[in-house]
Design a binder for this molecule. Sequence first.
Ligand SMILES: Cc1ncc(COP(=O)(O)O)c(C=O)c1O
Length: 434
Amino acid sequence: MNGNDMEKRLKELIPGGAHTYSKGSDQFPANAPKVITHGKGVYIWDVDGNKYLDWCMGLYSVVLGHAYEPVVSRVRSQLEKGTNFQRPAIEELQLAEMLVDLVPCADMVKFAKNGSTVTTAAFKLSRAFTGREKIAICSDHPFFSYDDWFIGSTPCSEGITEYEKRLSLKFRYNDIDSVKKVFEEHKGQIAALIMEPMKFEEPRDGFLHKVGELCRENGTVYILDEMITGFRFPLGGAQKYFNVTPDLTTFGKAVANGFSMAFLGGKRKIMELGGIDPGKKKVFLVSTTHGAETHSLVAAMATIDEFRKHDVVGHIWDVGAQMIAKVTELIGQKGLSDYVKITGHNYLPLMLFKDRNGADSLDYKTLFMQEMIKRGILFQGLFVAAYQHTRAEIDTTLQAIAECLDVYKAAIEAGTLEGYLVGEAIKPVFRAVN
Ligand SMILES: Cc1ncc(COP(=O)(O)O)c(C=O)c1O
């Protein structure tokens, strides 16, 4: 079976053909690799034998490199000792100690396998703590959970109750008036507010602190979701970097360099509601069979150790800075500044694509991705750097980008994608109809 046949079969066996929306075939051009066999460092290979330079890095979950030996070897030796027992494993204590030391707001932590589990848990705790039902979500941040409280607030809300949808309110990032408005319109009703500390835009005018104050004044739990920033900012996350202390926080993705690991952390007075002390009302917080598999916990400890040994974040930010500077230069040289941009913070540079009329265009983004893939580079709009991206990978990528921009320019000048784009354009993830 080749990649095309496998992709077809995957769709027959698995709804959506994958287990994360951004791995779906609707998110890639027709020439994208279909099924991956393995990865090493910052390269991945597909079932058809092609090798790709990877700028996606496992949905941000890999920050050191694929199959990064210092992590893998510790996982390997842990596997020899068993992965799951009827009582807590010693690794649960060891990692909890490390995390409460590192993360400013975390007096206590609770482990899970996925980010959605812990963001949902944060709201459950907040609702128990405040006795309120409504929640406020930052509308400029694309994803917080596959659970109903979040997906119910997007255009694809099939299967979600109207009641659930009404509980999720929205505010804008860096727009303190929009936060005040939500609090005024729903006075005394908001259990918790969630946002990422930053996505592409840095917090302005003390935004993170001001939101914290508003939460305090309104008796609302302040949650910072550090799923992505957590292990792409220096240890302790963006909350430490920006010196802001939320009530609860959620980490995941790169915590264990590709192994399944997420955690909820927060202030004791809220977190301990999830405890089992006699006489207190029971909040059934997070309880999953595989939530504390020892090898994932060891992978997290090994990842933290690598961050302590090497300036991982300094490196990936430097890669990001170089990409932003050099790609901006290339775009200018090609005369494409009205159509293509690279923006964002060094931790996560983002390319934006416009059509001939200057409107954001998924069609043109698809063309660019297609051309990058032709040149052996897997790119989904972001440069998700890892510790193992080096000068060589940056140079290869810049060379490819220069060539892709020529194709882009030709398509813009032709005024049509016909003859340029092969197959369908990618689609928005959140859409009412497939
Ligand atoms: C900011 C943020 N929060 C939460 C999640 C959910 O994490 P997971 O996919 O591990 O459930 C994601 C995943 O993309 C995310 O980007």
